[in-house]
Design a protein around this ligand. Structure first.
Ligand SMILES: C[S@@+](CC[C@H](N)C(=O)[O-])C[C@H]1O[C@@H](n2cnc3c(N)ncnc32)[C@H](O)[C@@H]1O
Length: 222
């Protein structure tokens, strides 16, 4: 497996499919903060449901294994209008995570404004889960931002979550290693590093991983 690391060794990027996280021990991660690829194929509610189920089953089970008992899971996810109605992606994802051992502890929004995106592409939910038996105090602040979409990082394929959103969600979370299993251009690693926190990123697209490695000044481990 191709791997990259930061100069101080506190950040590591693994190139591969994050459905399997065998290399990460049980209960060793404090926070998972991630923005999965948004649901783009088939805009109907049925296909949104299949997407939510795959996320909870194929990824969520491994997340449950590696997350510390008091750990935090944050999912940043968009929604869609299918020509007749909104899919309600936040509800679909929450239902599937509930069925697979999680409880929703907080909910927020970041909305792209100003934006050139389609009107139904501008709403991004912030969903905060804990393992089903755990509770967390309500966040001190309302989790709501209206921000321009981050300027595309040249060479990056994906729109990143804005820095203030990532910073605040991490500040509200448990200590310990931060994992982003859909690393993209690496914003979660970038902010985690600036906050002095250890992090692990996983990205399956080699080009995207190379790009994130350059952006975060990582060195390839031979
Ligand atoms: C929406 S982007 C993440 C954006 C990210 N927050 C950023 O700062 O750029 C989703 C990323 O997940 C990656 N990805 C999709 N499926 C994956 C999988 N099974 N394992 C690892 N990475 C995956 C995609 O290649 C893409 O780069």
């Amino acid at each position: 497996m191709v791997r990259y690391r930061t100069a101080d060794g506190k950040g590591i990027l693994l190139v591969g499919d994050s459905r399997t996280l065998k290399m990460i021990p049980n209960r060793s991660v404090g926070v998972i903060l991630t923005s999965p690829p948004y649901w783009v194929r088939g805009r109907g509610r049925e296909s949104g449901l299949r997407y939510a189920k795959r996320l909870a089953v194929e990824h969520g089970r491994e997340w449950n294994r590696i997350l510390a008992p008091i750990g935090d899971l944050w999912i940043v996810i968009g929604d869609r209008y299918d020509g007749r109605e909104w899919a309600g992606m936040d509800g679909l994802v929450t239902d599937w995570f509930r069925k697979t051992g999680w409880s929703l502890q907080a909910k927020g929004l970041w909305v792209e404004q100003p934006s050139k995106a389609r009107w139904d592409d501008r709403v991004n939910y912030l969903l905060h889960f804990k393992k089903a038996s755990r509770r967390s105090p309500p966040p001190r602040t309302t989790l709501c931002w209206q921000l321009p979409i981050p300027r595309a990082v040249p060479g990056g394929q994906w729109d990143a979550t804005p820095h203030p959103v990532v910073r605040e969600l991490l500040a509200l979370s448990a200590d310990g290693t931060i994992l982003d299993p859909f690393f993209g251009s690496g914003t979660v690693g970038l902010i985690a590093g600036r906050m002095g926190r250890p992090w692990i990123g996983i990205e399956r697209d080699h080009k995207q991983a190379q790009f994130a490695a350059r952006r975060l000044r990582l060195t390839r481990i031979r």
